[in-house]
Write a protein that binds this ligand. Structure first.
Ligand code: SF4
Length: 260
């Protein structure tokens, strides 16, 4: 047994993975800090909550309000006051740093939802799926990605949307370089073969977004990267800790051997 006092990585058996697909977050965790991947793979729900914070709580509640709204028939059926009420039902201000932040983020969430509702309520939308979990198999691994909404667009294409409330949403170039968006595109293509598929980042703060289609080459490069990390995880027996500034927001820091 290695000496834990020198923060040496504990040697473990390769973890049993077959029934659990990888998310882009899992791959990023392993890439950044293998110990973080290992610990977050088993992180309990209560522990996750400690690291949520105001902006993430806002994102979660805004997203859930829109998902619930579409489950009730969409913005053409759900008035803006009801949409804001749905937001209030999920909003957990207790994770904010203080009551000022809590108030500010609640008002911001309500404002973003009202503005978004005003933009889309009158638009005809053909909804294919609300809040689906999508999977794709690739190189002997299963990957999973979540969309908020899948629409049949007026141009005939199938478009998977994600709503973001973040201050600095990703640029189109960042989306093209993102394993998370690439996996969503690959999963969507698997679910809707022979369709013109696309993925769209909707920035609620900016009132716009980017609709993206990956070329075969672009997608293959991202999937190769994902496969490479998944290959390494599958055979890994050591998960060393790599402490850095990213530790501040690590969901596993309470159990990290490098920090005790
Ligand atoms: S606290 Fe830092 S070193 Fe420890 S698992 Fe998290 S990211 Fe890795």
């Amino acid at each position: 047994m290695p000496d834990r006092s020198d923060a040496a990585p504990e040697i473990v058996e390769p973890i049993d993975l077959p029934d659990r697909p990888f998310t882009a977050r899992n791959l990023a965790d392993y890439h950044q800090c293998p110990q973080r991947f290992l610990l977050s793979w088993f992180v309990p729900r209560e522990e996750l909550r400690k690291f949520v914070g105001g902006p993430l709580a806002l994102q979660g509640a805004v997203r859930q309000a829109l998902v619930d709204c579409y489950r009730l028939g969409g913005p053409s059926e759900v008035p803006p006051e009801r949409l804001v009420a749905l937001f209030g039902e999920t909003w957990d201000g207790s994770v904010c740093s203080d009551s000022l932040e809590e108030e500010r983020l609640y008002s911001l969430g309500a404002k973003l939802l009202r503005e978004y509702h005003a933009t889309i309520a009158a638009q005809p939308q053909e909804v294919l799926e609300v809040d689906p979990r999508l999977e794709v198999e690739c190189g002997g691994h299963r990957f999973v990605a979540a969309a908020d909404l899948i629409l049949r667009e007026p141009d005939g294409g199938v478009n998977a949307l994600r709503w973001l409330s973040t201050r600095t949403p990703p640029s189109a170039a960042e989306i093209f370089d993102s394993t998370g968006w690439g996996l969503l595109f690959a999963c969507l293509r698997e679910r809707y073969p022979n369709e013109d598929v696309s993925v769209t980042m909707v920035s609620l703060r900016r009132g716009g977004g980017h609709r993206v289609r990956f070329s075969d080459d672009e997608l293959e490069a991202l999937l190769r990267r994902a496969r490479r990390v998944a290959d390494r995880i599958r055979v890994a027996t050591q998960f060393p800790a790599r402490p850095d500034s990213h530790c501040r927001l690590c969901v596993a820091r309470g159990r990290c051997p490098a920090l005790v």
